[in-house]
Write a protein that binds this ligand. Structure first.
Ligand code: ADP
Length: 595
């Protein structure tokens, strides 16, 4: 969606509530029409009096007509507001769903580069600001626009000169507003910028309060906070001060319809070209449009508020999605091949001319089906990047990645997700029961299958020891679960998913011997007969791999088995010796401690 007009963007989310919106608008029009009826009633009663034909019945009749009109106005206004609220909320719902959908389909990097604060602010707060103006803009905005137009039309029917007299203040007020509006856009933009700066300072202050206290920085941090709030106040105040004269002048003049109708009406009456009944009616009618005209400025502000909220949301609504194939491909094999893959996290600099930004440079690698491949190498060498590209969290810059001979870009994202299990070190548990957390691996799985997976991942025992067993909420259990236990739950989830390809980011933490043993068992259950890729941090766990790939600075330095690499790759030998040395050192230390 490349649309930039905020109104069109809002309306593009209104497709399913279009009828409700149209109905709301129609009701608003009926309500406005009903609002004019009491004036007609009053007009008729005045005529009755002036003609000396007033009777109780005739007065009551016109009074009843007026009352009926007023009731129509109120009832239809209520219906219009109700449908406007329905529409506004479904527009909000659609916008939020679309943002969530875009976040899901965008490259992971784009999503992770956003701060949680910003995402929350846009999806919840900014989108919410659209609701009130939108829900009120439809019924009230329309009433406030149509009522004066209707009244002026009615005045035209009575006497066109009086109609013009009633709107004589409009050009004067419009002049004042035009001067004000010249800087309004710029000032509103500055105001929003100032507003988000204060927000960010407040969030920083609250989030960093622990560090601020620990380092005794409360005075200087508070000063920054205070300055931001102070300057926001000063900015807002100056803005209002610079506009209040014109705003109040416009606000006072615009609804003062009597300024034109009173003297001009008197003149026409004295002239003999306006009857007393017509004069009275014109004066009453011109008073009737005071309120809608007075609220005109509010709607300019409301429209601006929507515009800005939509602008903020549009950043996420327009997130570039990964291309997604529609037709699932038939995969006969689950081998993986990386062919000349280059990649940079900085998408714009992905061109071959900017090689220095490439995190991976012309990587070629084959993982045969059902084999175990380990990626090793110094930190920052690109191991995790290779794994993420295979799961298509990002798209390759150049080259291609194939699974079973099919380019992964040709696989629908859901099929790829079903094919690849990615177990990271970040074992996120959702705020639902442990049973449901495991079932996420396969939402159709029976309770028995969930428990079998948990057993295979060595989770069953500790889960049963929790007060509510499998029904324990992960949030409540969070504090009681060790890092290793959380990881085994994540592995149980992946076991249940039973994807033919498993990518495992080996945990560096939780390496106490008891957990290590269980972890290895659960990993063995997960990876049996799978095409397995492990990002290895501890070389002893992968020495039996079918192939070990040594990565350094975005290149593959060497590929081979453990024995071959020990002989033929200096980097691997150094890493192995360092690892064994560290292991021995730790073991000796442990022995020393026991003594
Ligand atoms: P390894 O797994 O071997 O430690 P990575 O693949 O994580 O290496 O990182 C390779 C390079 O890419 C590093 O220089 C790292 O700083 C960079 N990098 C990793 N993730 C991101 C990211 N999300 N955005 C930008 N650069 C990244």
């Amino acid at each position: 969606m490349k649309e930039t007009n905020w109104l069109r963007i809002v309306l593009s989310f209104a497709t399913e509530c279009k009828l409700k919106m149209i109905f709301s608008v129609l009701c608003a029009i009926v309500s406005v029409t009903g609002g004019i009826v009491p004036y007609v009633g009053v007009y008729q009663i005045i005529i009755l009096f002036l003609d000396g034909k007033q009777t109780v019945t005739s007065i009551l009749f016109w009074a009843a007509i007026g009352l009926a009109g007023h009731i129509v106005r109120l009832v239809f206004y209520a219906i219009s507001t109700m449908f406007a609220h329905f529409s506004a909320y479904s527009i909000l719902e659609n916008m939020r769903l679309r943002i969530a959908d875009r976040l899901m389909k965008a490259p992971l990097g784009t999503v992770l580069n956003q701060t949680v604060g910003k995402l929350k602010n846009v999806i919840i707060d900014r989108v919410e600001t659209i609701e009130i103006p939108l829900a009120h803009l439809i019924p009230e905005g329309i009433s406030n626009l149509l009522l004066p137009l209707g009244v002026v039309a009615y005045l035209m029917m009575i006497d066109w000169r009086m109609a013009l007299a009633a709107i004589v203040t409009v050009p004067v007020a419009a002049g004042a507003y035009a001067i004000m509006m010249k800087t309004f856009n710029k000032q509103y933009a500055d105001y929003m910028e100032s507003n988000s700066y204060v927000n960010s300072v407040i969030v920083e202050y609250v989030e960093g309060i622990e560090v601020i206290k620990a380092f005794n920085q409360s005075t200087s941090s508070y000063e920054k906070f205070e300055k931001a709030v102070e300057s926001f106040k000063a900015y807002t105040f100056n803005w209002f001060r610079s506009t209040w004269k014109l705003m109040n002048f416009g606000g006072a003049v615009l609804p003062s319809t009597l300024l034109g109708t009173m003297p001009f009406g008197m003149y026409l009456y004295l002239n003999g070209s306006l009857s007393p009944a017509e004069l009275t009616m014109c004066l009453i009618l011109s008073l009737g449009i005071v309120a809608p005209l007075a609220s005109f400025t509010v709607f300019v502000n409301d429209a601006k508020a929507i515009e800005y909220a939509v602008k903020d949301a549009a950043e996420f609504l327009n997130l570039k999605e990964l291309d997604n194939a529609n037709e699932p491909a038939k995969l006969k094999q689950y081998d993986i091949e990386l062919h000349n893959v280059s990649f940079s996290y900085d998408a714009d600099k992905n061109s071959p001319t900017c090689m220095e930004n490439n995190v991976l440079q012309t990587v070629n690698l084959k993982l045969a089906q059902g084999t175990f491949t380990a990626l090793v190498g110094p930190s920052g060498g690109g191991k995790s990047t290779v794994a993420r590209l295979i799961a298509r969290f990002w798209d390759v810059g150049s080259g291609e990645i194939k699974i079973g001979g099919v380019n992964i870009k040709k696989l629908p994202l859901t099929q790829l997700a079903d094919t690849v299990s990615f177990v990271t070190q970040d074992n996120f548990l959702f705020n639902c029961s442990l049973r449901e957390n495991i079932r996420l691996g396969n939402p159709q799985a029976s309770d028995e299958a969930v428990i079998a997976a948990a057993r295979a991942a060595c989770c069953d025992e500790f889960i049963r020891n929790l007060t509510n067993g499998y029904d324990t909420n992960a949030g409540e259990a969070g504090g009681k679960l060790s890092g290793g236990e959380k990881q085994r739950i994540a592995i149980a989830r992946a076991i249940l998913k039973n994807a033919p390809i498993v990518i495992l980011d080996e945990a560096t933490a939780f390496t106490d011997p008891e957990n290590e043993d269980k972890l290895q068992k659960s990993i063995a259950a997960l990876t049996k007969d799978k095409t397995l890729l492990v990002i290895a941090h501890r070389l002893s766990t992968i020495s039996n791999a079918d192939q070990i790939v040594v990565m350094e600075k975005g290149h593959i330095a060497k590929t081979g088995t453990h024995e071959k690499l020990l002989k033929g790759c200096e980097l691997y030998r150094d890493m192995w010796e360092a690892h064994i040395g560290a292991k021995n050192w730790a073991a000796n230390n442990e022995k020393g401690a026991v003594k």
